[in-house]
Design a protein around this ligand. Structure first.
Ligand SMILES: [Zn+2]
Ligand SMILES: [Zn+2]
Length: 136
């Protein structure tokens, strides 16, 4: 039984990095997991092993792909979690204009806004007064 040897190469390859299968586990032609069991057999130098992260198993799991289906790797771009993506979106969204200590001198980049007749403050872009909620 050579089960241990089979497991070794899976652990030795990095996550999210395509590796030519023939360099890892030479052997008979096999199939791309995306092309499926109905597809033609491919030589192992035409297939890439790709180790995916698995939410429950830290060893991840490995699939073989043809040139067409091997996942695209974005270099130096860690896969963002949903939480990280939300945090980034929040950081990119400017919070209320009111919190900005610098008052803009130029109004060229936005149309002038109406004033609320009751509160004497500029209404929002949607025409709603931030103080009393009136729609102007
Ligand atoms: Zn394929
Ligand atoms: Zn108002």
């Amino acid at each position: 039984m050579k089960v241990v040897a089979t497991a070794d190469w899976r652990q030795s390859i990095p996550f999210d990095t395509p590796v030519v299968v023939s360099e890892l586990v030479p052997g008979e032609a096999t199939r791309c997991v995306t092309c499926g069991v109905e597809s033609e057999l491919r030589e192992r130098d035409q297939l890439w092993a790709f180790k995916h992260q698995h939410p429950n198993h830290h060893d991840g799991f490995v699939r073989f792909y043809c040139r067409e289906h091997v996942p695209v790797v974005e270099k130096r771009e860690p896969v963002p979690t949903v939480r990280a993506a939300r945090a980034a979106a929040r950081a990119a969204t400017p919070s209320a204009v009111r919190t900005s200590p610098v008052r803009r001198v130029s109004n060229e980049d936005r149309p002038p806004r109406a004033m609320c007749p009751d509160c004497y403050v500029e209404v929002s872009a949607k025409g709603v007064c931030g103080m009393c909620g009136n729609t102007i």
